[in-house]
Design a binder for this molecule. Structure first.
Ligand SMILES: CC(C)(COP(=O)(O)OP(=O)(O)OC[C@H]1O[C@@H](n2cnc3c(N)ncnc32)[C@H](O)[C@@H]1OP(=O)(O)O)[C@@H](O)C(=O)NCCC(=O)NCCS
Length: 185
């Protein structure tokens, strides 16, 4: 059971494989300043070996049926990432995260990729709840769940250490029946 889905023309999402490490690291390197503002793992990523370790962990998570971590590929080139944190099967819930190459922003790619991931999580895996958490000042990130019709639940105060500061996280959620209604089902 592979996680590999078409998104829109020329765009696809696919579970990371070990051979992706070099290309993913090159994208992290080229976007380092932009990504590090909100993603705590960027400052701990100093070479392709650390990306390889991440991919190994994400493959183990995927094979344990705890959700995919996928690359976003545009016309065959690596453009960003979207994936699940470990699924909580007792509550059929998980949170998702994403990032995209700065040069590929503002075209709806992440919103479309989230649509595809939500269809997989709700429609195929039968999850009950999906969460997106984003830094209170991360307006572009918070616009994604808002655009997707998620409900804003509140603020988790000082919930994430990013580089040199505690960040308050806005918590957004969608439930399966809301997704079904939005998807017209
Ligand atoms: C957060 C992040 C993924 C948002 O990227 P993004 O490009 O704004 O999101 P999308 O790909 O969904 O694009 C939305 C934009 O495309 C536009 N757009 C164009 N066509 C669209 C379409 N068919 N559907 C939806 N949006 C469309 C939207 O209007 C919006 O533009 P606007 O901001 O000018 O209104 C990106 O800024 C990023 O990677 N940041 C650094 C890492 C990060 O913060 N990750 C999240 C941690 S919680």
């Amino acid at each position: 059971m592979r996680f590999h889905r078409p998104v829109t023309e020329g765009i696809e999402v696919r579970q990371f494989e070990l051979g992706d490490a070099g290309e993913v690291y090159a994208a992290v390197e080229r976007n380092r300043q932009y990504l590090r503002e909100w993603l705590p793992w960027v400052d701990q990523t100093h070479g392709p070996d650390q990306v390889r370790d991440f991919i190994l962990r994400s493959l183990a998570q995927f094979h344990a049926n705890e959700g995919p971590s996928a690359g976003i590929w545009i016309d065959g080139g690596f453009a960003g990432s979207i994936g699940c944190h470990r699924i909580d099967w007792a509550n059929r819930s998980c949170s998702i995260g994403y990032w995209i190459d700065a040069a590929r922003q503002r075209r709806g790619v992440i919103t479309h990729c989230c649509d595809v991931l939500l269809a997989y999580l709700f429609g195929e895996l039968g999850l009950h709840r999906v969460v997106i958490q984003c830094g209170v000042g991360n307006l572009r990130s918070c616009a994604v769940p808002q655009r997707l019709g998620f409900t804003r639940e509140g603020v988790a105060r000082g919930a994430e250490w990013v580089n040199d500061r505690w960040v308050d996280l806005l918590v957004w959620s969608m439930l399966a029946d809301e997704w079904r209604r939005a998807a017209g089902g």
